[in-house]
Design a binder for this molecule. Structure first.
Ligand code: ZN
Length: 273
């Protein structure tokens, strides 16, 4: 743990003008905390940062030339807006107009990414024209440390297996399999096999089918990843010749996703993984 970011108190029944002022102060405090925390990574503090290398003071008193591997964490949309010093309800990754949020943009029509160099320059310029340019792009003026470190923060990998895989992709996989079984009239068989999975090797005994569980947590998803492929394969046994390629394809997809998850859980990797 390096720091806890300040959490402002909830403002209720406060006149709008005072609320705006308080929110402005909250933003400044948050940005100042982030600045102090991440200052060693900034261009200004570390001129070699542009190359991605840093001279790091080590415990033995010697400096070493290091290349840091930066990673980020997953947050929700309002938290991203605050951290990136953007207005609320905008995409933190690209300049998608507010009224198009959530719409699918084909690859050739994607919105430009936030241009942190430009915002840094406009904020430093602090002229009337620069400030109105910033507000037209829903960017708050003022210092934001993420615009001063040598990476695009929103592009950084977010190695968070709980949110990306367990309650993200694996949850999606489970829903997809459920609908697949329903469409191909295999749901009863699937539920019966699911319930018959024994409490083997620390598995929790099952007393509810997939339908009866409202939401799985990370631990349950982790357990489920151990037997899901077996359950799917058994549920799709037999079937007409026309069904075979479809069923095989579903099994292949399930296996690919579960294998990726299992590899992602390795503590270290070699060329083969
Ligand atoms: Zn976007």
């Amino acid at each position: 743990m390096v720091t806890l970011l300040p959490i402002p108190i909830k403002n209720c029944n406060i006149p709008q003008k005072r609320l705006d002022k308080q929110q402005q102060t909250n933003r400044e405090v948050l940005n100042e905390v982030l600045r102090r925390l991440l200052q060693p990574l900034t261009f200004q503090h570390n001129p070699s940062a542009k190359s991605g290398y840093y001279n790091v003071l080590c415990a033995d008193g010697n400096f070493r030339h290091c290349k840091l591997v930066l990673a980020a964490w997953l947050a929700d949309c309002p938290e991203y807006s605050d951290l990136h010093h953007l207005e609320r309800h905008v995409c933190f990754w690209c300049e998608c107009p507010k009224n198009q949020l959530g719409d699918y943009a084909p690859p050739d029509k994607q919105h430009p990414q936030w241009d942190h160099n430009l915002y840094r320059m406009l904020s430093d310029a602090n002229t009337k024209a620069a400030n109105s340019e910033l507000s037209s792009r829903h960017v708050h003026r003022g210092f934001n440390v993420f615009r001063h470190i040598p990476c695009i923060v929103s592009d950084l990998p977010k190695p968070d297996l709980l949110h990306t895989m367990q309650i993200g992709m694996l949850d999606h996989l489970q829903k997809w399999i459920f609908h697949f079984m329903k469409t191909h009239e295999r749901l009863n068989k699937y539920n019966a096999i699911w319930l018959s999975v024994p409490a083997y090797h620390n598995l929790t005994p099952k007393n509810k089918s997939y339908e009866e569980v409202s939401q799985c947590n990370g631990k349950e998803m982790k357990e489920m990843s151990r037997y899901l492929l077996g359950v799917v394969t058994q549920s799709l046994r037999g079937g007409s010749p026309a069904q075979h390629p479809i069923f095989n394809h579903a099994i292949e997809c399930t296996r690919a996703m579960l294998e990726f998850y299992m590899y992602a859980r390795y503590k270290s990797h070699d060329d083969a993984t």
